[in-house]
Design a protein around this ligand. Sequence first.
Ligand code: ADP
Length: 237
Amino acid sequence: TQIMSRGLPKQKPIEGVKQVIVVASGKGGVGKSTTAVNLALALAANDSSKAIGLLDVDVYGPSIPKMMNLKGNPELSQSNLMKPLLNYGIACMSMGFLVEESEPVVWRGLIVMSAVEKLLRQVDWGQLDYLVVDMPPGTGDVQLSVSQNIPITGKYFVLGLIQNMSVFQCPKCKHKTHIFGADGARKLAQTLGLEVLGDIPLHLNIREASDTGQPIVFSQPDSDEAKAYLRIAVEVV
Ligand code: ADP
């Protein structure tokens, strides 16, 4: 289950960015980055007049570079801001562009907060309608820093929940299995008084597309899996 939230303009906005949509989750490995990437692509696909950015503040395990098939160091603008890297029409910035994959996690820990500060304030996004932020899992310093510094309300205005890996359909016999349970997100949403924005099936194509740097919404936009993301993108705007 993932939590989507959108900021209200209280904190100092990110220069040039109209709306910030945060994708968060309690634990890692639940598909948060996959959701963030495909949501960004779906927002762009649903309305080509909108400019979309993707900010990966998952500092210990940045996966946006691989999923968006991007690498390299950002160039600096004339005013010394980092320029996002661009692919599939999405402007991307990631901790992964700033540190080598081989750098030890302990060392990363020391530079995390200054890196988060840089990622939040020293990027030249140009003009964006939506910036999708891929958070690290859990609740820690990075989440606190993001929610305190950029316009996401103190009360954490939650857009709703996404049930990822909701159902698996056997490609041979077509039988459907709810491997992680059928309605966990719905129950949680009821308890918390939140909305469920949609379900994403557990599907091999989603995983393969992400791993090869060709996210499903970009590479197979007519598939049922991509449509699940496109429907969610309608819900969040
Ligand atoms: P997180 O950001 O929460 O750590 P990831 O987005 O990296 O999680 O996803 C973890 C793994 O699960 C990745 O291999 C990803 O491709 C895969 N995955 C995520 N969502 C799905 C899905 N709906 N169907 C199949 N595989 C998925």
